[in-house]
Design a protein around this ligand. Structure first.
Ligand SMILES: Cc1cc2nc3c(=O)[nH]c(=O)nc-3n(C[C@H](O)[C@H](O)[C@H](O)COP(=O)(O)OP(=O)(O)OC[C@H]3O[C@@H](n4cnc5c(N)ncnc54)[C@H](O)[C@@H]3O)c2cc1C
Length: 383
């Protein structure tokens, strides 16, 4: 079996002072958000808040300044997003564009794509969506059927994408599709296109999730014509590119902090409740597990900063993180009776219900548990 080590996270006074700056910004900017809203941090959509982050220089942080970025380090970016999520800030509008669309354009895009899109993402004014999953292609992404036929004017696209988060507010989608061959060719003949969502023929239909909210969509492409300049990277190189896109998705603090507001709520009711040994042990365990995940996730940031490709490490963080995120509501709900008064109990219940309704998604989005464990087993030489 291959031995695995996690790099030591970096600390510095500069990182501490950045953390303090973000905390003080959030203390005023999101002072009005209720605990229920905070438990929806990742789903919370507030375009004005995203613009303010852009003005602070906290989007596109690691990108070169010539494209509107701020040439900061991965660890600096880590500090900012960790603070945003731990505080329950509404990060959904810019999240995908900042986390993966921008880095992908930076890596594979043309000079024109970089210059026109990256500064707008960094300013918090341009949002994006991920066009990978289809009704018959989720874990098995290589069976993708959406087709972009090369024609004289560019590409003619037909097909359907599903579970497309924020397609209804996004300016762009990075579409993973087939430009050549058939489904039997699997990875071969696939490409990525940068789709302007205002192009005629794109129909975005809402899908309402378990919690009754609209984040997902089905996106239908009906003879959509896009210019040749929409190609991202190389024609036929889609599989390699989409794999590199997924690696941006799998290791950040969003992979262990989704239920964190509920841990905060448990701490709140325990502070006012008579001592309960079982509650104190449960609370201590959850905090200890969160601290371990945090250590691993910061370590992946260091590895990214050092130019390594921590695919297996990131998959471990996502798998363990999703397990913790799903355990939190199951453990915390047992202590609802400890709330000191009806108002406190109501607030606790609201947050618990919201997290419970969202929890099933934590081990699906960005790659399911079984798929991640397959990657880990392969990386460790076990299969
Ligand atoms: C909150 C959320 C947001 C999302 N946002 C987006 C988005 O913006 N864009 C996008 O393109 N997609 C998005 N998705 C879709 C997500 O990527 C897919 O749900 C995921 O890849 C799984 O695909 P599927 O739903 O088709 O399930 P399937 O692939 O059908 O899997 C069903 C079950 O079978 C298991 N399974 C499948 N294959 C294997 C195998 N080979 N070995 C063992 N077990 C297997 C899976 O682990 C899973 O448990 C989102 C999903 C969620 C929950």
């Amino acid at each position: 079996m291959t031995e695995l080590t996690f790099a030591t996270p970096k600390t510095s006074e500069a990182l501490d002072s950045l953390r303090a700056e973000v905390r003080s910004f959030l203390a005023t900017e999101i002072a009005d958000r209720t605990p229920l809203q905070k438990s929806d941090s990742w789903n919370g959509l507030d375009t004005e808040f995203s613009r303010k982050l852009g003005q602070k220089g906290w989007l596109g942080m690691t990108w070169p300044t010539q494209y509107g970025g701020h040439a900061r380090t991965e660890m600096e970016r880590y500090v900012v997003i960790e603070e945003l999520l731990a505080a329950g800030a509404p990060v959904s509008a810019h999240w995908i564009a900042d986390r993966q669309t921008g880095p992908l354009i930076l890596k594979f895009g043309t000079e024109e794509q970089k210059q026109t899109i990256l500064p707008r993402i960094a300013a918090g004014e341009c949002f994006a969506s991920i066009g990978m999953s289809e009704p018959d292609a989720g874990s098995d992404l290589a069976s993708v059927r959406t087709r972009a036929e090369p024609v004289d004017e560019g590409y003619r696209i037909n097909g359907t994408k599903v579970w497309t988060t924020n397609a209804h507010v996004a300016h762009y989608m990075i579409l993973f599709c087939r430009t050549h061959g058939t489904t039997e060719d699997r990875q071969k003949g696939t490409s990525q296109l940068l789709i302007d969502m205002s192009t005629p023929g794109i129909e975005v239909k809402p899908i309402i999730d378990l919690a009754g909210q609209h984040h997902f969509n089905q996106v239908v492409f009906n003879d959509v014509l896009v210019p040749k300049s929409a190609l991202l990277g190389e024609e036929g190189n889609g599989w390699a590119q989409v794999m590199s896109e997924l690696s941006y998705e799998r290791s950040g603090p969003e992979r262990f902090l989704s239920s964190f507001e509920l841990v905060v709520e448990l701490g709140r009711i325990l502070a006012a409740a008579p001592h309960s040994e079982s509650a104190a042990i449960a609370y201590g365990r959850l905090l200890a597990h969160t601290a371990v995940l945090r250590r691993l996730s910061r370590s992946v940031s260091v590895m990214l900063e050092d130019g390594e490709d921590p695919l297996v490490h990131a998959s471990i963080v996502k798998d363990l993180g999703a397990t913790l995120e799903q355990e939190i509501p199951e453990i915390v709900r047992q202590f609802a009776d400890l709330a000191a008064d009806p108002a406190s109990a109501r607030q606790f219940r609201e947050v618990t219900c919201n997290v419970l309704l969202n929890a099933p998604t934590f081990s699906l989005r960005g790659g399911t548990r079984e798929i991640l464990r397959g990657i880990i087993a392969r990386g460790l030489g076990l299969r």
